[in-house]
Design a protein around this ligand. Sequence first.
Ligand SMILES: NC(=O)c1ccc[n+]([C@@H]2O[C@H](COP(=O)([O-])OP(=O)(O)OC[C@H]3O[C@@H](n4cnc5c(N)ncnc54)[C@H](O)[C@@H]3O)[C@@H](O)[C@H]2O)c1
Length: 366
Amino acid sequence: VQRFDLVIPRSARRVCRVRVGRGALDRFVEETIADPPGRLLVLVSDDTVAPLHAEPLRRRLVERGLAVELLTFPAGEPRKTRETKSALEDGLVRVGAGRDSAIVAVGGGVTGDLAGFVAATWHRGIPVVQLPTSLLAMVDAALGGKTAVNLRQGKNLVGAFHQPLALYADVETLETLPDEELGEGLAELVKAAVIADAGLFRWLETDVETLLARRTDALEHAVGRALRIKQRVVSRDERESGRRAVLNFGHTVAHALESVADYQLRHGRAVAVGMCVEARLAVRVTGFPRRNVERIERLLGRCGLATEVPAGISVEALLGATARDKKARSGRVRYALPRAMGRMPVGDEVTVEVPEEAVRDALGLD
Ligand SMILES: NC(=O)c1ccc[n+]([C@@H]2O[C@H](COP(=O)([O-])OP(=O)(O)OC[C@H]3O[C@@H](n4cnc5c(N)ncnc54)[C@H](O)[C@@H]3O)[C@@H](O)[C@H]2O)c1
């Protein structure tokens, strides 16, 4: 099990302990027994992951004498809502959770975001421990303290920053993850490599099939490296006032695609296409070598991810949707573009404004 800390100098909860690898859940059990984060532990999980991972964990903890409850909600992004948050809060009342309790999120990014947000506001904030079980949650969602729910008007519109006390990513839980969900995580893993780790990118080019085959050692290696990248970025800029925006490579186009496709296109798949489009943009804007665009396309293709904008998506609708991006400033769309493999622009000003012409070219749709 790899061990390191995410330290955020000015955050209320300064240190998040990170444990990655097979056996990380055993670590969680042992460390929790040695130093329980609360009098009562409330596991939160969706109804797919609960019987696979959360319920067995609950039994283990209860056998070791801890007070543990399990609250579940129906799986899926459409349930990441205020209604589900309220239902979980009613559950907390029912099980008698006070301010000396702690929440443990067991599941994918939806569970982590929901449980994290519940923890952020329950009695004005109680500790949360993240136990991610999807590749996406391991490489991205569970670390960094962003929590939120969706409104009909948009994703993640209501939320809070609430750093987890600890994160345990046990790659053995990925054995039960459906193939399609593995692809979602691979897209974000490729993104991490492109923005910050050329060595990881080369490793993926050689070894990505070992991830697709879910070899534990390969998963351990990749998740560990991705988490260290996110740790470095977040420790410098928790609230995304500058540098954290490097994580948005591929995401301006991805968010636009998701919204134009009415969220019928999954996020990871949209990010894969978004990275290809934005890499082409980068060739023109930052001098990103064209050869790297081809490398990204080939790697994503091997992961089973599409690299072109799906047929039937209109350029105008897409351009319109980019203008509503969170990074837009006074109506001008901004992009986080790499300069070289593993390298983003230096300093805190990492996004650039790009002429619409260039975006049209990169979309290659007309
Ligand atoms: N907070 C952040 O910084 C951050 C970053 C990226 C994404 N996110 C959020 O993460 C969410 C997406 O995460 P996700 O893709 O993990 O979604 P998810 O939590 O819905 O998980 C995807 C599906 O896989 C199932 N699943 C998860 N782990 C499993 C396992 N081990 N075995 C079997 N099935 C399993 C879930 O039940 C679900 O059906 C989005 O809501 C997104 O906004 C948050």
